[in-house]
Ligand binder design. Structure first.
Ligand SMILES: COc1cccc(Cn2ccc3ccc(-c4cc(N)[nH]n4)cc32)c1
Length: 239
């Protein structure tokens, strides 16, 4: 998979050279290229933003530099991802879907976002996904790009040593992961649940599933029963 990232803060993507995505790159599974949007500006001040039509606070990113950049960086058949608070939620299912793509291009906005006509223009000939990584507001798309790349890279065939661990993961089966334990068997007076030391694999599997079900019901009723999505007030009761 090739991933191109366009940003006015390309250095923000430096962590891509480390750990997970770095390993994927070393194995030739992931080819990441980061671009500075200002390389596609034409004025001496390298302007990328302007005031919003219709008024309102903040600035919006101009369409022209994005058009020049994406005309060069987004080839036919590539998927354009635009992180935004108003996007579709990034889920494990979406990450798995994105991991099947050959080429992702991530447009990292700043200010109050990118002129909507950019996503609309490229949506005519490309798959364009405006994606949210959570219900909170960041200052730009770079952190979201790091999240997207890590969530997708770790699903690439051949990346994770033990593919089985991917199927057992949180959210894969719509359940949260069960609690994990390792040595010592007793730590500061706290014992590891005895079933985990029993060697009874059926009992261990049953206990783990039960723990996942209980955790999901307690912390993520929206996953347990999508119709029971909890209001913000209701979430406070779970903390
Ligand atoms: C577009 O509307 C906005 C409204 C208020 C602030 C901002 C700031 N901002 C700029 C570009 C950008 C890209 C992604 C995100 C983002 C994604 C998630 N899940 N949270 N925040 C935030 C971004 C944008």
């Amino acid at each position: 998979m090739r991933v191109d990232v366009v940003s006015i803060f390309p250095d923000y993507l430096a962590p891509l050279g480390l750990s997970l995505p770095g390993r994927a790159r070393d194995r030739g599974l992931l080819d990441v290229h980061v671009h500075d949007l200002r390389d596609w500006t034409r004025d001496r001040h390298r302007t990328v933003d302007d005031t919003p039509y219709g008024g309102g606070a903040g600035m919006v990113m101009k369409p022209e530099p994005w058009g020049e950049a994406l005309d060069e960086v987004l080839p036919a058949g590539a998927t354009l991802l635009v992180p935004t608070p108003s996007g579709v939620p990034l889920t494990q299912a979406l990450a798995r879907d994105l991991a099947t793509r050959d080429h992702l291009v991530i447009a990292c906005g700043r200010y109050e976002g990118i002129d909507q006509r950019v996503a609309d223009h490229y949506g005519a000939d490309h798959e364009v996904l405006e994606v949210s990584i959570g219900d909170y507001v960041l200052n730009g798309g770079e952190v979201a790009a790091l999240v997207l790349i890590e969530a997708v890279a770790r699903l690439l065939p051949g990346f994770m040593g033990n593919a089985e661990s991917l199927t057992e993961e949180s959210h894969e089966a719509g359940l949260l992961e069960y609690p994990g334990y390792t040595k010592p068997a007793t730590w500061r007076g706290l014992d590891v649940p005895s079933v985990l030391l029993s060697g009874d694999h059926a009992a261990i599997a049953a206990w783990r599933h039960d723990q996942s079900v209980r955790r999901t019901a307690a912390r993520r009723p929206d996953l347990a029963h999508p119709s029971r999505a909890v209001s913000v007030e209701g979430l406070a009761a779970h903390v």
